[in-house]
Design a protein around this ligand. Structure first.
Ligand SMILES: C[S@@+](CC[C@H](N)C(=O)[O-])C[C@H]1O[C@@H](n2cnc3c(N)ncnc32)[C@H](O)[C@@H]1O
Length: 260
């Protein structure tokens, strides 16, 4: 226990040091780094199926309940998506339960969608949208028949999508809004418009972060106004907490849930 605490502290200060250096390196550049949705699209269009392969056979060091330990990527992913499962279960176990209609925004590699299908089968119907056509192509090719029941579409959540108001019982995102630094208000409004019952955001939340995370979000120009935007829009937050599982100590994930 003491060993874990010392390791965590040493790692934390080493990462703070490297982020401070990065901050000053960026200050010295003429154009500081500003991340647009176009930059994000450009980056993700280059991706192959490495994330899916890593998911299938990779292992990495994760922080779980504050302690670093090695685990398989599969286990780590399960611990992340469990937080979305909690909301699916609330609906499946609630009064008048019916098939749950789910949308993932920024589904990318489609690992979350595969995990939802594996766990719930035809108790749910799943739709995924992503701004990158190539990411959807790569996922379709990699997963083949597994993704047949999912409706995958190319589109940007910053624009009005061809779905009805409240069409999905659950609309969720996992590290997608972080990519939308300057249009997050339109993205959150569109997610909420499409939500029937719950919006679940698994994203970095600036206000929940420690000094290291705040610096990282500034250096990477990831979105820092998710909670501020939700507060301005006066959407009802039913949960806001830092997750117990973390893959990147610089960029911790929080869960924010909204109820309609
Ligand atoms: C960090 S990846 C996360 C992928 C997946 N949700 C996961 O948990 O592994 C972010 C994804 O968001 C997508 N994205 C970025 N901006 C978007 C936008 N405006 N609308 C829809 N998807 C977007 C990217 O193409 C990318 O696939």
């Amino acid at each position: 226990m003491i060993k874990d605490t010392i390791y965590t502290k040493i790692k934390y200060f080493a990462l703070v040091k490297s982020e401070i250096k990065r901050f000053f390196r960026q200050l010295r550049r003429e154009n500081s780094f500003i991340k647009t949705t176009g930059d994000s699209l450009f980056i993700y269009e280059q991706y192959d199926n490495s994330e899916q392969l890593l998911y299938e056979s990779g292992r990495r060091t994760m922080s779980y309940k504050g302690i670093y330990r090695k685990m398989t990527d599969k286990e780590a992913r399960r611990l992340y998506i469990t937080h979305v499962f909690e909301y699916v279960d609330r609906l499946l176990k609630g009064d008048g339960a019916k098939r749950v209609n789910i949308l993932e925004v920024g589904c990318g590699n489609c690992i979350n969608i595969v995990k939802l299908i594996e766990k719930y089968g035809d108790e749910i119907s799943v739709t995924g949208i992503d701004i990158s056509p190539e990411r959807i192509n790569v996922a379709r090719k990699h997963y083949g028949a597994v993704l047949e029941t999912a409706d995958l579409k190319v589109g940007s959540i910053t624009e009005r999508l061809p779905f009805d108001d409240g069409q999905f019982d659950i609309v969720f995102s996992m590290h997608c809004l972080e990519q939308i630094s300057y249009e997050v208000k339109s993205a959150i409004k569109e997610m909420y418009r499409l939500t029937g019952i719950y919006t679940v955001l698994i994203e970095p939340v600036f206000e929940n972060g420690n000094f290291l995370q705040k610096l990282y979000l500034i250096n990477s120009d990831h979105c820092r106004v998710i909670l501020k935007t939700i507060t301005e829009l006066e959407y009802p937050v039913i949960e806001n907490r830092v997750l117990d599982i973390q893959s990147n100590p610089r960029n911790q994930s929080s869960l924010i849930a909204l109820k309609k």
